[in-house]
Design a protein around this ligand. Structure first.
Ligand code: CO
Length: 303
């Protein structure tokens, strides 16, 4: 299904060899053997330590889709411009698609590295549609993989992975506080609440709130007060431990979550690990990439 000969665009001999190999193995239908390219799309980060998280995700994709070109694009223009000034060029969505086309990809699997389908995911889908419209016939199919939290099964898998990463067996009871992003318009608030409920079913000492969404730090603090724990562990519920994690969550300023919790008498530990650092999270994204059957170039299938 994911046919990614390494050098299909290379010398004719290699093409012939790949063709013969592809035909030699029954079940490897050459008709569906269009070269696939992967475009990973993240908001982006200008924090170098956080960028290594994204490098690991890219490496996991290269392993999961051997021979397929894998390109990572950032949607944030501010971050791309900032990195450009430092001599690091990260492609935008349209530059990423150009790179894959240049690499000979005819089928593109785009994977959203967003945590939930909020504003950023909607913008990604729109950018892709406009790009397809602007380059008719360039690709045979463009699939879009859904974000991390799409289903109850995803929420359970994410909770399992995150709790496995942060919780040590036999440790004294401590609260795990996770900072989600959220959005002022409320998009994704409900998905966030669903994820929070799933975490709480597994571990009542998990407390979740957002920087910009409906569930606030104050809501969380009230909730935390009922638990009578003294020790709290703080971690971002975002793909990488970028600016929000380093400033709004763990920063030294008086209004960071860490400072406010310390002021409220809690013993605070900050863990700067994004969700992308948690083993098993990349597998959920990869599953969404492989599961996507919705070709953006076709009308949605209707009964
Ligand atoms: Co933000």
């Amino acid at each position: 299904m994911f046919h990614c000969p390494a050098r299909l665009h290379g010398p004719k001999q290699i093409f012939l060899l790949v063709f013969l190999l592809a035909c030699a193995f029954p079940g490897t239908a050459f008709t569906s053997g269009d070269k696939t390219g992967i475009l990973l799309v993240a908001f982006g980060t200008s924090v170098p330590e956080a960028a290594t998280t994204l490098d690991h995700i890219r490496a996991a994709y290269e392993k999961a889709f051997p021979g397929c070109p894998v390109v990572m694009a950032y949607t944030s223009r501010i971050i791309r411009n900032k990195l450009d000034r430092g001599g690091i060029h990260v492609p935008s969505i349209s530059e990423g698609l150009d790179q894959l086309a240049k690499n000979g990809a005819l089928v593109v699997r785009v994977q959203s590295l967003h945590i939930m389908a909020g504003e950023e995911f909607a913008a990604l889908a729109r950018s892709l549609l406009l790009n397809i419209k602007g380059h008719p016939g360039r690709f045979r199919a463009v699939y879009l993989g859904r974000p991390l939290l799409e289903s109850r099964a995803d929420a359970r898998a994410v909770a399992r992975a995150v709790l496995g990463f942060h919780r040590k067996k036999g440790a004294a009871p401590e609260a795990l506080i996770l900072m989600g992003h959220g959005q002022e318009q409320g998009r994704a608030d409900l998905i966030f609440e669903g994820a929070r409920a799933t975490f709480r079913e597994n571990d009542p000492l998990v407390f979740m709130a957002t920087v910009e969404g409906a569930r606030t730090f104050d809501d969380m603090l009230k909730d935390l007060g009922q638990s009578h724990v003294k020790k709290v562990v703080l971690a971002p519920f975002m793909l990488v431990a970028g600016d929000h994690a380093r400033n709004d969550l763990g920063g030294a300023e008086d209004d960071s979550w860490a400072s406010r919790l310390k002021a409220a008498g809690y013993d605070v530990e900050i863990r700067l690990n994004g969700l992308g650092d948690v083993p098993g999270i990349d597998d959920i994204f990869i599953k969404h990439t492989k599961d996507s059957t919705d070709d953006l170039m076709l009308e949605p299938k209707k009964p």
